[in-house]
Every structure is written in C-alpha cells, then in structure tokens.
Design a protein around this ligand. Structure first.
Ligand code: SF4
Ligand code: FES
Length: 374
C-alpha cells in the first residue's frame, strides 16, 4: 500500500515491478441514453439504460465531488442527448460546484437558446456539437431525424453569440468521407475553434452497420491526404483533430489512453466503466456508484484491473516495443473481432487475427442503416 492507503497499482508486465495507479483526468457522464436522433454508429450500448434507472441530480453531484477528489479535472456531460434531462441545469451547476471544467456534448437537438443561457449561468465552460454532414439532406438522413441539421446550426450560432468555445464533432464514414474540405469549412462557418474528425469505431450499433458505413481504402487515403493541407490553410483559425480509421491503420490506437488509466465513464444508471463499450465484454462485473465510492471503484473493481497496464497481454504484444504506447489497442475491439478481450487488437498488422480486419474492411454494402433507437 502507498502511504495514503491506496493500492500500489497494477502489475508492470515482463516481470517489472508494479506501477503506481494513475489518477483519472476525465469523466464521461452519460446522463441519459434517451436521444431524439438515431445515428447508426452511436456509441451507446445495444442494451440501453431506461429513464427510470437514471441517477438523479443529487447522485450526480456526489459523483462529481468524488471525481474531483480523485483527480478528475474535466467532465463531459453526454448521453444520449443530455438535454433530454429536465434537470440538466442542476447537474451542470453541481459539476461546476465540484470545481470541474465542464464540456457539454450535445446533438444540438433539444437545447434551446434560453436553456443554453441557463447552462452558461450555471457555469458551462465548453460546448461540443456533433454534426453528421455538411449537406443538410445527408446529415438528416444519417441522424435519422428531419430538421436535425438546421437545429444544430441554430445552436452553434447561439453558442458563438455567447462567445463560448465550440468544438464541432464529425464522425466520418462512407456517406461523408469525400467531403473533408466542406466539413472543415462548415465547422469554421459554425464558429468552432476546433473540429474533431474521427472515423466510426466499429462497436455496438456501428458493428451492426459496418458494411453500410465502411469506406473504401482509396476514400480513406484521399481523406487522410486532405488533413495536412487543410491544417496549413486554416492555421490559427481552427484546430483540426483527425483520427485515422482503425481498419485501415497499421497500428491500433491506445484506446481511452489505456484501460483504467486516464478516464472513466459513468452510465445513466450509475455503473462505472473504463470505456463506453466495456459492457460488450462478457464476464466483467462493473460496480455502481450506488454501492461504492468512485475511488473504491477506480482502485478496487476487478473489472478495472482486468486489463490495466500491459501484464495481461499475450504475444505479439508481450515482447513488442509499442506495448507501453498503445497498450495492445482496444479491448472491446479485440473481443468483438477475436472473442478474446486480452488479444492484440486485430487492427495491428502484427496481430495473428489481422486478416479478420482486412476481410471486413473489404465488405461495403449499400444497405439501409439500422438506426439506434431506445
Ligand atoms: Fe501494439 Fe501489440 Fe501491435 Fe505491438 S503487437 S503494435 S503492442 S497491438
Ligand atoms: Fe473499450 Fe476501446 S472501446 S477499450
């Protein structure tokens, strides 16, 4: 044990001594799974928490205080659509009272100008609006909601008028990947200081729609090739963050910065997860803030320790020099594609299962989307 009573941390791997436990820096608060949109790549689980099971504002206030005491600096208020919560302003105020930097991640549907002002009065620091495409018709089709594009643009205008920092979040797939220039231009026009362009991650709903969402290799290469020129062109006006699509990468990403290392998610019903898709891995029991403090969960929940560090990794990761960089990739993807959550993420070209990714990436079908619905 350390002098303040905390456990020493997780096994270091390759016979190394235990490593000290990091503090989490960010907390994703999934306030509700309710959402008016139906994006076919939604990161919410297939089995969503019902309204009746959602934590109330007082419980969230306790979670935020415990998070701040644990070292969390930033809370992302998300969902579903967080504005589906009538008590969103109270929850926002509680996050600010706890001393956390607050980021509202919203679909833009359901946040009126008046509510936005109330949220700002409660202490809102930053807004992140997801938008599906730069073409209104396509954007509405992807969102599964007529008029979504117009409402997102209206909210962005209100955010800009209040001089709040704005990030625009765009998920890329076959229907919009050819419009990288237009998407960045749209984010600039919306008044964003940052745009996140990230390819669909194939878990949960996106896995159901994988063939309908998968771009071709040529499309991906063209899109990736546009990022640097756009960064140069708009330098000083907007920050462009881009994530290369997993299925076409050589190495995996260090998903969530490493399992149980830097961030945690709290589901609407209060279960605490190392990542949004963690419940897709069977056999793990995720503790709830209804029964445990956040610190207890972070330090002692066996599900958090299951894939902490690198000691659990088999070959080829075990002897790979990148294992402390990417932690063997994404546990949820490893499970989804190999049935073994400990395996090297098959996205890695060194994985013995890499052929699965190559085979799936080659399948593109113009099927209708399976929309995410509660
Ligand atoms: Fe990362 Fe494992 Fe691939 Fe090495 S072998 S690059 S640690 S996934
Ligand atoms: Fe769960 Fe990557 S989404 S570890």
């Amino acid at each position: 044990m350390t002098t303040d009573g905390r456990p020493n941390g997780h096994a270091g791997g390759n016979g190394q001594p235990p490593k000290p436990l990091h503090s989490p820096l960010g907390l994703l608060a999934e306030l509700t799974h309710r959402c008016p949109l139906g994006c076919p790549y939604c990161s919410n689980p297939l089995e969503m928490d019902k309204r009746e099971s959602e934590l109330d504002a007082a419980a969230w206030a306790r979670v935020f205080r415990e998070a701040a005491a644990l070292g969390v600096l930033q809370v992302h208020l998300s969902g579903g659509e967080p504005a589906s919560r009538r008590d969103l302003v109270d929850i926002m105020a509680a996050a600010c009272d706890a001393g956390l930097y607050t980021n509202l991640i919203t679909s833009g549907v359901g946040v009126t100008e008046e509510r936005l002002r109330e949220l700002v009065d409660a202490g809102l620091d930053h807004v992140q609006i997801s938008i599906q495409d730069s073409e209104p018709k396509s954007a509405d089709l992807i969102a599964g909601y007529a008029g979504a594009y117009a409402r997102k643009r209206a909210l962005a205008a209100a955010v800009a008028a209040l001089k709040l920092p704005l990030t625009v979040n765009i998920v890329i797939h076959r229907a919009n990947i050819t419009r990288i220039d237009e998407l960045v231009a749209m984010a600039l026009d919306m008044g964003a200081s940052r745009v996140e362009i990230a390819h669909v991650q194939y878990y949960g709903w996106a896995l159901k729609n994988r063939a309908a969402l998968m771009p071709t290799r040529q499309q991906v290469e063209d899109a990736v090739g546009r990022i640097e020129p756009l960064r140069k062109q708009h330098h000083g006006r907007i920050v462009i963050d881009a994530v290369v699509p997993d299925y076409y990468a050589r190495f995996p990403k260090p998903c969530v910065g490493g399992w149980g290392r830097r961030s945690l998610n709290v589901t609407p019903a209060g279960r605490v997860l190392p990542c949004h898709a963690a419940e897709s891995i069977p056999g793990l029991e995720f503790w709830s803030v209804k029964d445990h403090s956040l610190r207890e969960i972070w330090e002692r929940n066996p599900a958090f320790n299951a894939f902490r560090g690198t000691a659990f990794l088999p070959e080829p990761c075990r002897s790979c020099e990148r294992r402390e960089i990417d932690f063997g990739g994404c546990r949820c993807q490893a499970f989804a594609l190999t049935g073994d959550a400990r395996a090297a993420d098959p996205v890695c070209h060194l994985s013995p299962h890499h052929h699965v990714v190559e085979r799936q990436a080659a399948i593109q079908e113009d099927a209708a989307y399976v929309y995410r619905r509660l």
